[in-house]
Design a protein around this ligand. Structure first.
Ligand SMILES: C/C(=C\COP(=O)(O)OP(=O)(O)O)CCC[C@H](C)CCC[C@H](C)CCCC(C)C
Ligand SMILES: O=C(O)C1=CC(=O)c2ccccc2C1=O
Length: 298
């Protein structure tokens, strides 16, 4: 048994590599776009919804698998034992597994486009994939410049939510666009949180993540402001009559939001303690988006 295996049980490393909780990030834009479409038009196509969810999961799998491949080339993942490339030692196989996921995911989206006899959805999702590639792939690697959160906001927010809305209705909606701002913000919070414990590795590999740029203290303050922003935003939209009152159910994510901000404020400069904050952010994302969608359906 190697030292690595003694310190990190293989099963746990594989779970960390596959990141099951992260896949709610792919599901929620489709959920929110579809529920807004149902609220406004009473249209719901279950086959399109389930195909879109499966395709979104496959596309996010591609993003994560290829992230391990591209990061293995810059040396940034040399201490990341749960990188698929480090776990298997088979970079090429991992690369093609990622590509297979992408092809299958895009075939799902193509099926929706053919169903609709309209290529709009596929163009929107190709744009999302382009942003995903630019985040990590050469020659762009925009995540290394600290631009990942902006790409993440547009990919999982306006683009993915509008694509889901369009896949049901073949029209556009201002309400869906406004809901997508909330989805985009909470998704970017997850990415922002993922940098706190990686500052040293990021600096060593030349990655200027927002936390490397700002420092962990200012980063924890910014996190609090952005996390807090989604609650008054949804309240204003309800008071303006844009969102139904039931969407305030998303405020039930407040306990997770408080936990996230408190945890990061207390531990921002202690990598071992702050490393789990990404998963608290996933809980904020999950509950706020799930309940926002429920609020549109009720
Ligand atoms: C792979 C992502 C983050 C991991 O970043 P990092 O390298 O810091 O992580 P490790 O420490 O684990 O190595 C997420 C990046 C998100 C990206 C900016 C945008 C992705 C767009 C998706 C491809 C779009 C999916 C659309 C779907 C919902 C239809
Ligand atoms: O592994 C990660 O850190 C992330 C993976 C991922 O798919 C994702 C998607 C959207 C926002 C953030 C993240 C991650 O942080």
């Amino acid at each position: 048994m190697t030292t690595k295996q003694i310190l990190y049980p293989k099963g746990k490393l594989w779970m960390a590599a596959i990141k099951p909780p992260m896949y709610s990030v792919a599901i929620m834009p489709i959920w929110v776009g579809t529920t807004v479409a149902f609220a406004e038009t009473k249209i719901f196509n279950g086959a399109i919804f389930s195909t879109f969810i499966a395709a979104a999961i496959l596309i996010l799998a591609w993003e994560n698998i290829s992230n391990d491949v591209f990061d293995s080339e810059t040396g940034i993942d040399k201490n990341k034992h749960h990188s698929l490339v480090n776990l298997t030692g088979k970079k090429l196989a991992v690369f093609w597994l990622g590509n297979l996921c992408l092809i299958l995911g895009l075939l799902g989206i193509l099926a929706i486009a053919i169903w609709q006899q309209d290529l709009t959805v596929i163009w929107l999702i190709l744009l999302c994939c382009g942003l995903g590639y630019m985040y990590q792939g050469p020659p762009f690697r925009l995540g290394y410049q600290g631009l990942g959160e902006i790409l993440c906001f547009f990919a999982f927010g306006p683009l993915a939510v509008s694509a889901a809305y369009y896949s049901q209705t073949q029209t556009w909606s201002t309400t869906s666009l406004l809901a997508s701002v909330i989805v985009g913000i909470v998704t970017s919070l997850i990415l922002f949180c993922s940098h706190f414990h990686q500052v040293n590795d990021d600096i060593a590999a030349g990655k200027r993540s927002p936390i490397v740029r700002l420092g962990t203290d200012k980063g924890s303050q910014l996190l609090t402001w952005f996390t807090a922003s989604i609650y008054p935003l949804s309240l204003i939209l309800v008071l303006w009559g844009v969102f139904p009152a039931w969407t305030l159910l998303s405020w039930l994510s407040l306990p997770s939001a408080f936990k996230l901000c408190r945890h990061v404020q207390q531990n921002h400069n202690q990598p071992d303690k702050v490393s789990n904050c990404k998963f608290i952010a996933v809980a904020v994302h999950f509950w706020s988006c799930l309940l926002l969608g429920v609020g549109f359906v009720l």
